[in-house]
Design a protein around this ligand. Structure first.
Ligand SMILES: [Zn+2]
Ligand SMILES: [Zn+2]
Length: 292
C-alpha cells in the first residue's frame, strides 16, 4: 500500500511526517511544528479510502531517556518517553507498537527502564494506568510492591545505577510512605499493609545505603512493628509468621538471574505461599498471568 503524501496536521495545517505502522492501513503522522508536535494515527478505510485522523498522545525526544536506555542495554526495544504529572509507569501502546514511559523525574526514568530489563513482554504492560486497574487485589498489591524492589535492587546491584539515584528523593519517598502508613493506619486496608510490609522490609534490609538507612531506619522499623501489631488481630498473623515471611523475602539476595522469569516466579511463590492467605491455584494463576 502506498504511503499517503502531503498530509496536513488537522490542527495546525503543517505538512506531517508520515511513518508506516505495522497494522495494515495504518500510518503515524508526526507534526514537525514545534508549537504543535502532535502525533496522529491515520487509518485508511478499506472501502472508500477515506483517511481517518485520530490524535495520539505526543511524546518528546528524551536524550536522557535514550542515553539511559542504551546504558541499560535496552537498545533493542522501541521506547517513547513522556514527561508527565502522572505517577510514573511504563505502558505498551498496541496502536504504536511501542513502549511508553511516563516519568516525572530522572529516578522515574531509571526505575521504569528497570522494569523493562526484568521483563519486556508487551502483554505484561497492557494497562495504560496501572493504578486505575480495578481488578487489582491483595496479591497484585504485594507483587507490585515486591517487583519494585526487585527492579531497584537489580539496578543497584547489577547495573551499579545507585549513583544515579538522588538520595534525598529516595529517602523522602521512603519516609513519605512510612508517614502515610503510621498516620493513616486506621484508614488503610490490611491488603495494603502486607504489601507495604514487604516493600519496607526489603527496602530497609537490602536496598538503602548505610548513610540513608541511619536517617530513616527507626521510622521504618516503627512502621513494620505497627503493621505486625495490626495484623496480629486482623489477619491472625503472629510475629513468628512475620519472621517466616521475612525469611522468604530475604531470599532476594539469592536470585541469580533477574531476567529469569521462572526464578522470579519461584521467589514470589515462596513468599505468597508463606503468607498463606490464598489457595495454591490462585497463586499459580496470578503468577502465570503476571510473569509468564
Ligand atoms: Zn500540527
Ligand atoms: Zn515500578
Amino acid at each position: 500500500m502506498s504511503i499517503p503524501r502531503e498530509l496536513m496536521c488537522p490542527d495546525c495545517e503543517n505538512l506531517l511526517d508520515i511513518e508506516i505502522h505495522p497494522k495494515p492501513n495504518t500510518f503515524i503522522g508526526l507534526c514537525p511544528n514545534n508549537k504543535c508536535k502532535k502525533a496522529w494515527f491515520i487509518t485508511k478505510d478499506n472501502n472508500n479510502s477515506t483517511l481517518k485522523f485520530q490524535l495520539a498522545k505526543k511524546y518528546e525526544e528524551s536524550p536522557r531517556g535514550k542515553d539511559l536506555q542504551h546504558q541499560l542495554g535496552l537498545d533493542s526495544l522501541i521506547i517513547l518517553f513522556q514527561n508527565s504529572d502522572e505517577p510514573a509507569h511504563v505502558y505498551y501502546d498496541p496502536n504504536l507498537s511501542k513502549f511508553i514511559i511516563y516519568y516525572r523525574s530522572d529516578n522515574d526514568l531509571i526505575h521504569e527502564l528497570g522494569h523493562l530489563i526484568i521483563d519486556s513482554k508487551p502483554e505484561h504492560y497492557k494497562v495504560e494506568k496501572p493504578w486505575e486497574e480495578e481488578k487489582r487485589d491483595h496479591i497484585d498489591n504485594i507483587i507490585n510492591a515486591i517487583i519494585d524492589i526487585i527492579v531497584d535492587y537489580n539496578l543497584v546491584m547489577t547495573y551499579k545505577m545507585g549513583k544515579f539515584y538522588d538520595d534525598t528523593a529516595l529517602e523522602s519517598k521512603v519516609a513519605d510512605k512510612i508517614i502515610k502508613i503510621v498516620n493513616e493506619n486506621k484508614k488503610m486496608g490490611e491488603k495494603f499493609q502486607l504489601a507495604d510490609y514487604c516493600y519496607i522490609y526489603l527496602k530497609l534490609n537490602f536496598y538503602l545505603k548505610d548513610e540513608d538507612k541511619l536517617k530513616v531506619s527507626k521510622r521504618m522499623k516503627t512502621s513494620l512493628k505497627k503493621i505486625r501489631q495490626r495484623s496480629l488481630y486482623k489477619l491472625k498473623m503472629s510475629s513468628e509468621k512475620f519472621k517466616d515471611i521475612e525469611d522468604k523475602l530475604s531470599k532476594i539476595k539469592n536470585i541469580k538471574n533477574f531476567n529469569d522469569m521462572k526464578e522470579i516466579c519461584e521467589y514470589f511463590h515462596s513468599i505468597l505461599a508463606e503468607i498463606n492467605l490464598w489457595n495454591k491455584n490462585v497463586i499459580l494463576n496470578k503468577l502465570k498471568k503476571q510473569f509468564l
